[in-house]
Design a protein around this ligand. Sequence first.
Ligand code: FAD
Ligand code: SF4
Length: 471
Amino acid sequence: MRMPEVNGRWVADMKAPRTADNEEPAEERAHDFRPVDKGFTEEMAIAEAARCMRCKKPLCVEGCPVNIDIPSFIEKIYERKFGEGLDVIHEQSMLPAICGRVCPQENQCEGVCIRGRRGEPVAIGQLERFLGDQPELASTPEMAPRNGKRVAVIGSGPSGITCAGELARNGFDVTVYESFFTGGGVLVYGIPEFRLPKAVVKHEIDGLRELGVTFEYNSVMGNLADAEELLGEKGFDALYVATGAGLPKFLNIPGENLPNVYFANEYLTRVNLMRANEFPKFDTPTKHGRQVIVFGGGNVAMDAVRTAKRLGADRAIIAYRRTEAEMPARKAELHHAKAEGVEVMPLVSPLEFLKGEDGNVCGVRVQRMELGEPDDSGRRRPVPIEGAIEEISCDVAISAIGTNANPFARKIGGMELNKWGYIVANEETGRTSNPRIWAGGDIVTGAATVILAMGAGKKAAADMTKVLLGQ
Ligand code: FAD
Ligand code: SF4
């Protein structure tokens, strides 16, 4: 490895190839839930840091949705000042161990990294994760004195927990209400252990408890109390609503209600949260299919099909109505899935789930498609090929074609919703139509990403602090 610094000037190691990911062998990891990627060692991180050019105009920072000062934390890694590097990230993001693992870096910071123009971009996500996995090195955050104001946060996904942490540091008394029996939102019920270990999320939640945040689990707001009660008799000064967009979209085709046809979020929740993979030790069962077909092309579909593979599927298919090139899933996840033996079936759309003699799903009738003219999204529209209909046998079918707004936003009430049930909120401040309610994350934007949900929580906490303290 060459020294990046020559005569006090940073000189990147332009010859070094991108440091390869530290992955478990695909044929072994495909049978259990161990993390696929072990992360960089110190040597790997320093070698990768040396590849960064410390650009005068770092496009990576512009590409990051929360504008983390990427070259600065990379330089700190090179200097082995890991705690200081973590402090740089913490100025913009409190969840580097999570975002380093799940952010779609290829469309963000790494997608615009200058090194990517003539080769491979710097492995920014891996470097972020490397620091995020050493939280004990960070400086202790400054805590403002208690200000006597109380805020209720509804939902403990990345948006809710970020907002709660920022508010607690700013001196507020914060209670997080969560409908599940544990915190983390999609980070624990959706994203599987092999991509994001539960222990990483638990560490963040434990950290918030240490800051004085109270968590009230099994508390479905809208049922237990609505906005009026929370801001009235319960005595909160303000609310942050971050209930997510977890309501599944229906395919609306015959047979969708057959046994062993699942929505991806339900299937993943059964395994990730209710530990259906360990049935009967845990109470929740799920069908361990031998031939599993998943409809969709995003991260959710990818998580579902890789989970099915780990539950013992001999044939695990990801069926998508466009081609692999248009799949919205992270490229790394598609690559991992294929390495683990997942079969990609492009250009098919489901028409009907078929019922077997035992009453369960036994197959699916699909329509073969071809790509036509581009649609509003700029992607070529899939159009049916006349007469090209076939049957594929399966004993589990999973639909992962997207989600809608969580309907509880309506029951919580007190703020304007749009016609699809999403909360109308200012994207810069999180302010809603009610001056005492802020909102952010997927329940405002629609299904998006962890980093955007986190960023919304951070911005809202800053605005709430200003407004509630009259600054
Ligand atoms: P959520 O994470 O959905 O959290 C909302 C929380 O609110 C939940 O815990 C819910 O139980 C709770 N809640 C809802 N209603 C109530 C109520 N009435 N009372 C109390 N609590 C309530 N993004 C990425 O960036 N990278 C990825 O790799 C990625 N993979 C994904 C994989 C899956 C399977 C899924 C489903 C999503 C994935 N996403 C990914 C998207 C990302 O996880 C979401 O954009 C993000 O979690 C949204 O955060 P949030 O805080 O707005 O909502
Ligand atoms: Fe380093 Fe790439 Fe950012 Fe330039 S764009 S500073 S090379 S990470």
